[in-house]
Design a protein around this ligand. Structure first.
Ligand SMILES: [Zn+2]
Length: 211
């Protein structure tokens, strides 16, 4: 009787361990194949390979804007990013690469930046270790997101949440971590302040993981 009870207990434990393990495997499989937003490789915008830098695994996502000059759909976003890289890697900053991991042009094109498995850079007081940095090119204190850019942002955030197993509740903006900046600009920040972005990403991630 005792032996059979122990056997039963063993079966129950094994089943629980199995059930705990299997869903994680399934999520991992979804991660590699579920990206919905195409990321344009560095070579396409003329970027050079970054230098080796501190490694990390992203556990949260922070949204930024470049915060410099206004950038419209008619301006050359590739050139703007190339200039950011050249300046950042030069004597002014001596950074390993572009400071951000992913960048969004005004027409919604997403551009590859620094290797997401290396820590990003900042000019402010917060520590970007563990943050995946997504940055809109341009200045969103002066320009506004349109419906297409909002859609790209929500889908890109959902892609990255699934890829790195990050909860959408861990998405925030630069100014949430630093008192020294208005980044990502008043327009982008308004969609975080009212909860719109995090709510949309939560809904999308839940839908995609359950498929
Ligand atoms: Zn920022």
């Amino acid at each position: 009787m005792l032996r059979s009870r122990n056997s039963l207990l063993l079966v129950v434990i094994c089943t629980c361990v199995f059930l705990l393990f299997i869903p994680k495997q399934s999520v991992a499989q979804i991660k590699t194949s579920s990206d919905t937003v195409k990321i344009l490789p560095k070579a396409r915008w003329g970027g050079v390979t970054g230098r080796p830098y501190k490694q990390h695994v992203p556990v949260k996502i922070t949204v930024h804007h470049e915060g410099g000059k206004l950038l419209t759909k008619n301006d050359d976003a590739f050139k703007r990013l190339k200039n950011i890289q050249t300046w950042g890697m030069g004597p002014d900053r001596k950074w390993a690469d572009v400071p951000y991991h992913l960048l969004i042009a005004p027409d919604g094109t997403v551009l590859e930046g620094r290797n997401p498995l290396t820590v990003g850079e900042t000019n402010t007081e917060y520590d970007p270790t563990g943050h995946l940095l997504i940055c809109f090119l341009g200045n969103y204190n002066q320009q506004k997101l349109d419906d297409h850019l909002l859609d790209v942002l929500v889908r890109l955030l959902a892609d990255q949440c699934i890829k790195y197993n990050i909860s959408p509740n861990e998405i925030s903006t630069h100014r949430d971590h630093s008192t020294q900046t208005t980044c990502p600009g008043d327009d982008i920040y308004s969609y975080f302040k009212n909860g719109y972005i995090v709510k949309k990403v939560n809904k999308l991630v839940k839908k995609r993981i359950s498929q």
